[in-house]
Design a protein around this ligand. Structure first.
Ligand code: RAM
Length: 491
């Protein structure tokens, strides 16, 4: 049921520049007759993934022409406040959630056929005829999620902002949990390894839909590239198949996702079953480690790490692969593969000493990456998580980057998560907590019902796709504060 009728007001003090103002209770919609050019914005009071239905009738001298309506669905106020066109984004325009429908017969009950991700719906009457107006009633949303009931709230002793952040994280995960762990219910509506891993970790601490994780792990295992590399993403329709993209660091994190699952559920049989897929990733990726012990991704391959053009990814990728080898090592031991375990252990040692030589800048006490010796948060995070840096070195390195204005900061919550986790793992609980409070807390203060795909507090216009319109505002990889709070005891 709607929570009210709102209007969107421009507001430069708001991060996304628009504010929703309540103008009337939800019943007010059906009390109005709407003519050509009239519109109303319905607020459902929370973000949801699902369907919309409503009834519509014509009133006047005669219903003598079809009614044409336009519906626009928005996760955030800005999406229904401004026209989508002209659209300049790099991704398909059809991701933007709007529809024009022509109704030949009134009255009618309309069930919009597509699934949308929204809190707000703007209804515009494009046309009726001079002889009638329309009345809209019984507007309803049906929320879809495969998640069960919400987990119990965090104790009162946890600061209010963190409890709120936890609630928003849980709502984010809930709305992404469908037949797979989707990255975002508005876009791309599919399963990606990097997102899955973080959603699964948060799921073990919240909904515990462990069979859904298992299903997703098998979907990747079922559709590898010809050489065995797992794809970066999988589509389910019209029948399950692999996406055409391959992300080196995502493939490297597949073993981590398998190990996390086995540890969280105790289902080691599944780990044993998936072990050949894990081993295959390690075989393929190990081939990229040069004789100097440095991971060199092949030309034109995609190493993601973060949405950040300026980032030099060499050190972070080295760290990711060493981290991955550690997860694979643990799996090898459980899966009865001592030969692989020994191989991984040797490679970890070789890559660790190579990385310390290549990336650690002793005088500056920070890890650097690339020919320009770039200093970034990404490099410190993955050096810490991989164990290439000792806890003391990593803690010092984080203090160094924090004080250095020129250091390349994370662009999206995905990397912010790994930074926060790395901080926790090197004893910087206070700093990790502050990071969650300011970064995710910043989105909460900006009105987020669910956490966003990209958020840079210093740049509201940031989009990896050339237009913030196509950014996703309920995005899987930003749901991890609940994991940090509930499993890693952040508070
Ligand atoms: C985008 C999505 C998704 C992410 C990939 C790398 O398409 O944001 O979540 O995993 O990029």
């Amino acid at each position: 049921m709607p929570a009210g009728i709102v209007q969107m007001a421009p507001d430069p003090t708001q991060f996304l520049h628009w504010r929703a103002e309540r103008v009337s209770p939800p019943e007010a919609l059906s009390e109005r007759l709407l003519r050509r050019g009239d519109s109303a914005i319905v607020d459902f009071g929370r973000h949801l993934t699902g369907h919309l239905s409503f009834s519509i009738a014509g009133e006047g001298r005669g219903v003598d022409a079809p009614a044409r309506l336009k519906l626009t669905f928005g996760e955030v106020p800005a999406e229904v406040a401004q026209p989508f066109d002209p659209y300049q984004g790099g991704l398909g325009r059809a991701w933007l959630q709007d529809e024009v429908i022509n109704l030949d017969v009134l009255p009618a009950v309309i069930r919009m056929p597509r699934r949308y991700a929204f809190r707000y719906v703007k209804l515009e009457v494009v046309d009726t005829s001079p002889n009638y107006a329309v009345r809209i009633g019984k507007i309803q949303a049906t929320a879809l999620s495969s998640a069960g009931g919400d987990p119990p709230p965090l104790p009162e002793a946890v600061p209010a902002m963190l409890r709120q952040t936890d609630r928003v994280s849980i709502a984010t995960l809930r709305d992404c949990m469908q037949t797979v762990f989707e990255d975002g219910p508005k876009r791309d509506r599919r399963l990606w390894i990097g997102d899955l891993r973080l959603q699964a970790l948060t799921n073990y601490a919240t909904f515990r839909s462990n069979d859904l994780v298992k299903r997703c792990l098998y979907l990747f295992a079922a559709f590898p590239r010809e050489d065995g590399l797992v794809p970066a993403c999988v589509f389910e329709d019209p029948e399950p198949h692999r996406g055409h993209e391959y992300i080196i660091d995502y493939a490297a994190l597949y073993p981590a996702a398998v190990l996390d699952y086995a540890k969280a559920t105790g289902d080691w049989n599944t780990a044993v079953d998936l072990w050949p897929v894990v081993r295959q990733q390690m075989d393929l990726l190990s081939a990229y480690v040069g004789s100097d012990g440095i991971f060199a991704a092949p030309a034109r391959s995609w190493v993601f790490i973060d949405w950040c053009d300026a980032l030099d990814r060499t050190a972070a990728m080295q760290g990711t692969f060493v981290y991955s080898l550690r997860q694979a090592l643990e799996l090898a031991r459980h899966c009865g593969a001592p030969g692989e375990a020994a191989k991984y252990q040797q490679l970890i040692a070789r890559m660790t000493s190579a990385a310390r030589g290549a990336f650690y800048d002793f005088p500056r006490q920070v890890f650097v990456s690339g020919p320009k010796r770039q200093v970034s948060w990404a490099s410190q995070a993955w050096m810490a998580l991989s164990g290439i840096a000792t806890a003391a070195e990593a803690a010092q390195a984080f203090r160094t980057v924090a004080a250095q204005t020129g250091a390349v900061r994370p662009g999206a919550p995905y990397l912010y998560h790994y930074v926060a986790e790395a901080m926790l793992r090197c004893g910087m609980k206070l700093e990790a907590k502050q990071l969650v409070e300011t970064y995710w807390g910043g989105m909460v203060k900006a009105g987020a019902d669910t956490f966003w795909e990209v958020y840079d507090p210093s740049n509201a216009g940031l989009s990896p796709y050339g237009s913030t319109q196509v950014n996703s505002y309920c995005h899987a990889w930003s749901c991890t504060p609940s994991y940090l709070l509930r499993t890693l005891n952040l508070a």
